[in-house]
Structure formats: structure tokens, C-alpha cells
Design a protein around this ligand. Sequence first.
Ligand SMILES: Cc1cc2nc3c(=O)[nH]c(=O)nc-3n(C[C@H](O)[C@H](O)[C@H](O)COP(=O)(O)O)c2cc1C
Length: 221
Amino acid sequence: MTEFDNNDDDKVQDNKELAVKDITTDDMPMAADTLIGWINSRRSMGNLDMPAPTHDQIKAAIECAATAPDHKKLRPWRFIVTEGESRHELGRALVKAAKAKAKKDGETLSEKDIRKTQTMPLRAPLIITVVTKMQAHKKVPPFEQMLSAGSAVQNLILALKAQGYCTVWRTGLLCNEPAVKDYFDVGPDDYVTAFVYTGTSPKNEPSRKPIDIEPLVRFES
Ligand SMILES: Cc1cc2nc3c(=O)[nH]c(=O)nc-3n(C[C@H](O)[C@H](O)[C@H](O)COP(=O)(O)O)c2cc1C
């Protein structure tokens, strides 16, 4: 009995299945070190412009997002694409949320704050909002579903990069305020996990300083 035997509907691939699908390293789009370098070259880019991905390119990226590790295949995520004029509507929802939050916190918003909030969605031609759609499941608690949503976001971002687009994953203090959740029809037990601002950057992705992983890792044998 393996640790996976109790998973009836989402068994980890076994060798037999892999053989049937005939997956080999020849299917790799590039050599492993090139692919790893490409993943490491991803940078978050603000102030994005046109061109934005086409709907077919967005759907291809969402197909990648939907392959994220997903315990019991609950598909606990949804994707909402906001582009063009609808970014102004999102801006209005953010302003409504900011006003309600300020009232709750006993603060007042300046005209400048309101303008800044209203124009936040204009920082890219297109935003893909990833929200959770939690399913009640005795073996898959909400935190696992949240992690799956995070994995979906990362797949989405990489698939957009593969098609030549830049992104930045933003949330901000307003993303789970009631007015924003209402705008995206997100239930009380669900979350807005990402605003993936998407477009084209006039600048190249800056190179990243090497990250010292030594303090982050422990090998045990
Ligand atoms: C859940 C989550 C929320 C984030 N929210 C914001 C945000 O609201 N604003 C922001 O500038 N960066 C935000 N970030 C960080 C950026 O997406 C990015 O990771 C960071 O700027 C580092 O840049 P890099 O991706 O080029 O390493 C968030 C990241 C995560 C994982």
C-alpha cells in the first residue's frame, strides 16, 4: 500500500500511464537548464501597455493554470478577465471598497486617494483576476484549495510569459473587501487571490540577483 492508495479519483501518475502517453524528455520544449533559466528570468513588471494577449492566448494560459496541483480535482478557482472599458468599472468597485474601508477604519480619503484607486486597473491593458471557489470536502481543507489557487496563478503567469507577455501579481488591501468580492461575485468563504496585471512592458525584465537558497533548504538522508 502506498501513501496514495487512499486517493481513488486523483492517483498520482504511475509508470504504466506514463508509458502509454509516451512522454519523454524529447517533449521538453528546451533543455532543462535553459528551461530552468527561463523560469528564473521571470520578473514582475508594472506599468504594462498594449499589446495584450488575445482571447485564445488567454485561454491557453488558463488551460495551463487549470493543470495546477489540485487535490481531488475540485477545480477550486475561477478566472475573470477584465479589459478595455470594464477596467473603469473595476476601478469604481475599488473606490467603493476604499470608501467603505476608510469609514470602517475611521479615516477619510482625499480626492487624490480616490483618483489613484479609481485608476489602479489602468496600469495594464488587461487583468486576470483569480478567485477561489472553495468546495466542501472532508479530505481537502480550504488551505489546500487556496494553495492550489496560488499554483494556478503561477502557471498562468508562466504561460503568459511563454507567449511573450509580462505580468505582475497584485492583491492590495482592498482585494477582499466586500465591494470587490461583490463585484466578482465571490462568496463569503472565498477569496480574491490575485489580480494578474497583464500586457507588454516597454522595458526588458531586469536580471535577478542570485538568491542564496542555503538557509532555506535542509537535505535529510
Ligand atoms: C499573493 C501575492 C500578492 C501580492 N500583492 C502585491 C501587490 O499588491 N503589490 C505589489 O507591488 N506586489 C505584490 N506582490 C508581489 C509581486 O507579485 C512580486 O512577486 C514582487 O514584486 C517581486 O517581484 P518578482 O516577481 O520580479 O520577483 C504579491 C505577491 C503575491 C504572491
